[in-house]
Design a binder for this molecule. Structure first.
Ligand code: MG
Length: 469
């Protein structure tokens, strides 16, 4: 016989009491969780202590992994900035929104930006009654119609593009707040604004989108961190980024928001010089693993078990679907969404919801990952090998006080990834389960795998082609 559950029994008696006019108050709906997305710029898969870096110290980020979950096969959809951000904030491969290139004011690329037709995470959370803020690098367009404040964010503080693009100026809301910009204190000031924002949210849930400037070049750190890490300027900038994360965690705890807040940490793409891919081939700017595989950490006490690790495949647009799902906000149903809710991966040993995922550059699909297999769809560019004796500094020179330490910036000889391996052509296949560094092209041994992944590619490429026309 079916036994009534405790909750069913309580509901029944509560309903009965209400009918009799004795119920003093209806049960309050559960509080909606706050969502924090901390998004580093050009931070490599191997840059954090919890991903095995031997020298960089990241105790606060390691704590997120220890108290939450760490994913080892999480991918950006692009090995550079803007398209990765577009996929995060729209839940879709970037070819669907048209943000396939980096808006670049000093190269005259001014018309690329997130279109009004997209529903960004900012807009979705804002419409659901959340207070929303974006702090840091937007890079989804720098013309007014593309501003974060026009895409669902109540507040914005940051640089609208990369911190090496001119003019490097700090925008507050829609106004220039500082030019020339002191980059050394940028992480500190971004953090102060984030803490101020969190403290101001008493009565409603919030979405804090925090795309940090570091460790994108030019690297910078405030006085408290400069030359303190013992691991160069890159290590200093990373230590300050880690401090910033610690400040946010401490403030959430102090305000009693720990169990009501889901915190994500990831990076837009692989590392530039001076960072580490953790033994993966390539770097930012190509679709070897080092360019696209990035850390993903998440912490939500009471929901995500401590110390969980998932090796399942997931990608940047999944954060869109996951963040909206945990907030109980319906996904838009009038468009293709590529992201999936990966909460089951964060909380259990569930399998990946993806049979295959893609990475792309401009309007070209470059690589596909499915299970252990990685099929390159285009030949990656040949890396230029720099020798240590080849002096190199940013040839553009300082803009105001933009580059504080031009001779301490990471040198191109400090290549962050693995340089060896078979020549990679279109339709080179690698078995990442046995060959994570993509050294041996096994396409000739597994023609059936190549054919299966090519079929995925051709189907997706039809959608890319339809939008490219
Ligand atoms: Mg980047």
């Amino acid at each position: 016989m079916h036994k009534p559950t405790l909750s069913w029994t309580l509901s029944f008696f509560c309903a009965l009491a209400c009918c009799q006019g004795t119920c003093l108050h209806a049960a309050a709906p559960p509080a909606k969780p706050n969502i924090v997305v901390i998004f580093a710029d050009d931070l490599g898969w191997g840059d954090l202590g919890c991903y095995g870096h031997p020298k960089f110290k990241t105790p606060n980020l390691d704590r997120i992994a220890a108290e939450g979950v760490r994913l080892t096969n999480f991918y950006s959809t692009c090995p550079y900035c803007a398209p990765s951000r577009a996929s995060l904030l729209t839940g879709r491969y970037q070819f669907r929104s048209g943000v396939t290139r980096n808006p670049t004011p000093d190269a005259g690329i001014n018309d690329v930006g997130v279109p009004a037709s997209e529903i960004t995470l900012g807009e979705a959370f804002h419409a659901a009654g959340y207070r929303t803020i974006c702090i840091g690098k937007w890079h989804l367009g720098h013309k007014p119609e593309f501003y974060p404040t026009r895409h669902g964010f109540d507040e914005y503080l940051g640089i609208l593009y990369s911190n090496d693009m001119r003019p490097v100026q700090l925008i507050d809301g829609e106004k220039v707040a500082e030019y020339p910009l002191v980059q050394a204190t940028l992480t500190k000031r971004y953090t102060e604004r984030a803490l101020d924002f969190i403290r101001r949210q008493k009565d409603r849930p919030f979405f804090l989108y925090f795309p940090q400037a570091m460790p994108h070049k030019p690297l910078a750190a405030s006085e408290a961190f400069y030359k303190k890490s013992g691991a160069g300027l890159y290590g200093d900038a990373l230590a300050e980024l880690d401090w910033s994360v610690g400040q946010i965690l401490a403030t959430l705890k102090e305000l009693g928001l720990d169990e009501r807040t889901l915190v994500f940490f990831t990076s837009d793409n692989g590392p530039w010089y001076g960072g580490s891919t953790g033994g993966l081939r390539g770097m930012k700017g190509n679709c070897w693993e080092g360019g696209i595989r990035v850390p993903l950490l998440a912490r939500w006490p009471g929901k995500i078990p401590p110390g969980h690790v998932s090796h399942e495949i997931a990608m940047m647009p999944d954060l869109y679907a996951t963040a909206l799902a945990v907030a109980g906000i319906p996904l838009p149903n009038d468009r293709v969404l590529d992201g999936k809710n990966i909460l089951p991966l964060l909380t259990s040993n569930a399998p990946s919801p993806h049979e295959a995922i893609f990475s792309m550059q401009a309007m070209r699909l470059n690589a596909i990952r499915s299970g252990p297999w990685k099929l390159h769809l285009q030949p990656p560019p040949k890396p230029r090998i720099w020798k240590p004796e080849e002096r190199w500094i940013d040839p553009r020179g300082p803009d105001g006080v933009t580059i504080l330490a031009p001779y301490e910036q990471a040198h191109p000889s400090e290549y962050p990834g693995v340089l060896t391996g078979d020549e990679t052509k279109a339709f080179s296949l690698f078995d990442l389960a046995t060959d994570p560094s993509e050294q041996h092209d096994v396409a000739g041994k597994h023609p059936e795998v190549v054919a299966r992944l090519k079929a995925f590619y051709e189907r997706m490429n039809e959608q890319v082609g339809a939008l490219a026309r």
